[in-house]
Design a protein around this ligand. Structure first.
Ligand SMILES: Cc1cc2nc3c(=O)[nH]c(=O)nc-3n(C[C@H](O)[C@H](O)[C@H](O)COP(=O)(O)OP(=O)(O)OC[C@H]3O[C@@H](n4cnc5c(N)ncnc54)[C@H](O)[C@@H]3O)c2cc1C
Length: 282
């Protein structure tokens, strides 16, 4: 059981975790990627005080090293659901679950359903987790549409159980795909089907598949915690970075604009101190 669990390994999450450790709390940080997908492509950062011209990956690494040196435990895991329980929260990852008395969400700019047909067909062929749902498509054809290189691992896993796996990357770079996974060089346009997914329409043609796995930088926050109040597509917080759920705080891009590192770091610190105060008052 942790005092505090932080979801997200970007500037906000690492700042929150570091500051909670400075108050001697037992802190676990759970992040889908070891380096934030926002900081990875950031070449030169000129507006972070004291470090002019620092690259995104270097700043991310410095933040991470600082948090680890302070005693923050970090796990690479995607959180798919958070539930209240008597002692605080149960945080469910794709592979593992964790208990914590308080939680800070630092999941980055909120994701929304972006493909026409996605909302209607969610759970009817549209999935966000190959580990959870892959077996439903055993021996059938599927497609992975991914914003992140992590989608390549999902495709490799699915290649072991599905008949055919198509991989449509929404990022640039080298693709490390095993045999049996076919690369689709196109843009996904929409998902179609009568009550059940039947095909994915892309600029490279139509693909008849039984399942599509969407690998996104993050899930919509209200999907992580049903009942979480949102405002203008961001998590609604007060000046203490408290959400409408007691014990659940939020910081960084997920609370709204400006989407900037200094704002994320500052909010992470406020959220950590508020969480520490919440734990003391409980
Ligand atoms: C190309 C580029 C250049 C930029 N340049 C600048 C700049 O010069 N100056 C500046 O101030 N800002 C810049 N930014 C913006 C800056 O990167 C963001 O504002 C900042 O990273 C936000 O930090 P964050 O911690 O809120 O979110 P993020 O950095 O997006 O981190 C979110 C974290 O949450 C994790 N996550 C999400 N969902 C889950 C889940 N369900 N389970 C587990 N983990 C999850 C992600 O994997 C990630 O680790 C730039 C952004 C980009 C894309």
């Amino acid at each position: 059981m942790y005092d505090l669990l932080v979801v997200g390994g970007g500037p906000a999450g690492l700042s929150a975790a570091l500051n909670a450790r400075r108050r001697n709390k037992k802190v676990l940080l759970v992040a889908k990627e070891t380096i934030s997908s926002k900081l990875r492509p950031a070449g030169r950062i000129e507006n972070y005080p004291g470090l002019p011209g620092v690259s995104g990956p270097e700043l991310a690494e410095r933040f991470r090293e600082h948090a680890v040196a302070a005693g923050v435990e970090i796990k690479k895991e995607e959180v798919i659901n958070i539930q209240p329980q008597e002692s605080g929260f149960f945080v469910m990852g794709k592979n593992e679950g964790f208990e914590a008395a308080a939680v800070i969400l630092a999941t980055g700019a909120p994701q929304k359903a972006t493909l026409p047909g996605e909302v209607e067909l969610a759970g009817r062929g549209v999935s966000y987790c190959a580990t959870c749902d892959g077996m439903f498509f055993r021996g059938r054809d599927v497609m992975v549409i991914s914003q992140l290189p992590a989608g390549e691992e999902e495709a490799a896993f699915l290649a072991g159980i599905c008949r055919k796996v198509y991989y449509l990357p929404e990022y640039k770079g080298e693709y490390n795909l095993p045999p049996g996974v076919e690369l689709v060089n196109g843009k996904a346009l929409r998902l179609e089907g009568e009550g059940q997914l039947e095909r994915v329409v892309t600029t490279a043609g139509e693909y008849k598949v039984a399942g599509v796995f969407l690998e996104r930088a993050g899930l919509p926050p209200e999907q992580l915690y049903p009942g979480l109040a949102m405002a203008d597509e961001a998590i609604q917080v007060d000046r203490r970075m408290a959400t409408n759920i007691p014990g659940l705080f939020a910081a960084g891009d997920c609370t709204g604009r400006p989407w900037q590192i200094a704002k994320a770091v500052g909010e992470g610190q406020v959220a950590a101190l508020s969480a520490v105060q919440y734990l003391a008052e409980r």
